[in-house]
Design a protein around this ligand. Sequence first.
Ligand code: GLC
Length: 561
Amino acid sequence: MELPFGGGGGMRRSASHTSLSESDDLDLSRLLNKPRIIVERQRSFDDCSLSDVSYSGGHARGGGFDGMYSPGGGLRSLVGTPASSALHSFEPHPIVGDAWEALRRSLVFFRGQPLGTIAAFDHASEEVLNYDQVFVRDFVPSAMAFLMNGETDIVKNFLLKTLLLQGWEKKVDRFKLGEGAMPASFKVLHDSKKGVDTLHADFGESAIGRVAPVDSGFWWIILLRAYTKCTGDLSLSETPECQKGMRLILSLCLSEGFDTFPTLLCADGCCMIDRRMGVYGYPIEIQSLFFMALRCALLMLKHDAEGKEFVEKIATRLHALSYHMRSYFWLDFQQLNDIYRYKTEEYSHTAVNKFNVIPDSIPDWLFDFMPCQGGFFIGNVSPARMDFRWFALGNMIAILSSLATPEQSMAIMDLIEERWEELIGEMPLKICYPAIENHEWRIVTGCDPKNTRWSYHNGGSWPVLLWLLTAACIKTGRPQIARRAIDLAERRLLKDGWPEYYDGKLGRYVGKQARKFQTWSIAGYLVAKMMLEDPSHLGMISLEEDKAMKPVLKRSASWTN
Ligand code: GLC
């Protein structure tokens, strides 16, 4: 058997994996130990073994993307013939053409240039709310699709324009937000009389519940690296503007305070789950994205007078963060059994139950749910509180960023296989598991009628997550899991009009208030397909393990067997 992270030989190089790759595996220990920072260039993560992946007869792209998109004349219509299909001799699934067409319909232009994609192109829905805006997090799968298809300019435009928005003064009532905050979404306003386009951004000051988009800045950094990795064009990330943008985002989350943990403290609803759902404190989605953004920034920050301080801070934080997450957020059969037997009220450094978790707070469902083989990062850890729910995005990003050790990554995939019905069901993928109901739902969501059990953020199934699942499957050498999930999605997505989410324990019903033609459902599907066809795309969204971040661990059964 080939090791999933070993240096398997079967990997092809593609044009999308050249320039940044050499600096991708930065050795953290060097940064921590040496006063003068020297970036060691190591082997590329192109070496990641994808032995299990069967190639569909494609060949490496030679960089011939010219003409896919002409800046002056708008987009060339490629409906039905996306570049990836044209360049690979495989039969595209019949819905791929429809998906590209729908994705292009969602394009937003600013002064003649494509700038992003709106959240949903659903004219049938009476309530537009803010679904006609370009959301930063929603644009990421669209951006990946365009990058994989050789259309890189739209991504560059997006990165540069959002950077300008970051420079705006942001206020909620009389309170000024941090300088580095990135918008949750923005809108292009067309004044047809004057013939001018202007931008309007929302940093949370208009959002329902006034939630802060903590994830936007992280996604921006992750996307900047994906762009750089894909194009080999270092000139964008090296501009003083991009360097400053990164530093501003980082200074928001690396500042010193009263924290006793290296994880990032957040308010509820600050990420994909952007409503009250009990995801305040240290939610896994933010911690994984934080970790990944730190690693991406480390690859791109210049070690100049201004950057150096950040590089050092990042290295120190990554070290502490990986230890904390791998040790305290990780749950498998053995760890669950340990928590079940915890003593409480322990004081001092010798405490085993550091957070004073009361074993009675372990929910009943978990004892049956936890397989002997498998494990996952739980939703949240803070004093006397462990949120034992499964959250898909945080776990997938943990695999992709290598926050999860190779063993933990395998255990997460084991869990998905073992608990297929619960976590995938009839429509991939549950945003979280299980749903909260009754009294708990009242208390935790504040009686949110949109987040009733097994709907929307409360145990709903979100097709957009398919691209992250697929990436994680490829990285762990288990593409068959992705194939199974994609098969399920293909049966329904087009027929149902690309819904935003599905409801029900098995995800069988189109969501109660789900938008149709939700752009990231469309883009997520396309990216998943393109990655399976050409696994070398994985490098855009994946980072190899940094050996210096190995945790000291005493457990557990499922990690070693
Ligand atoms: C919903 C989702 C959020 C997404 C937005 C636009 O609010 O919860 O994650 O960004 O819709 O699609």
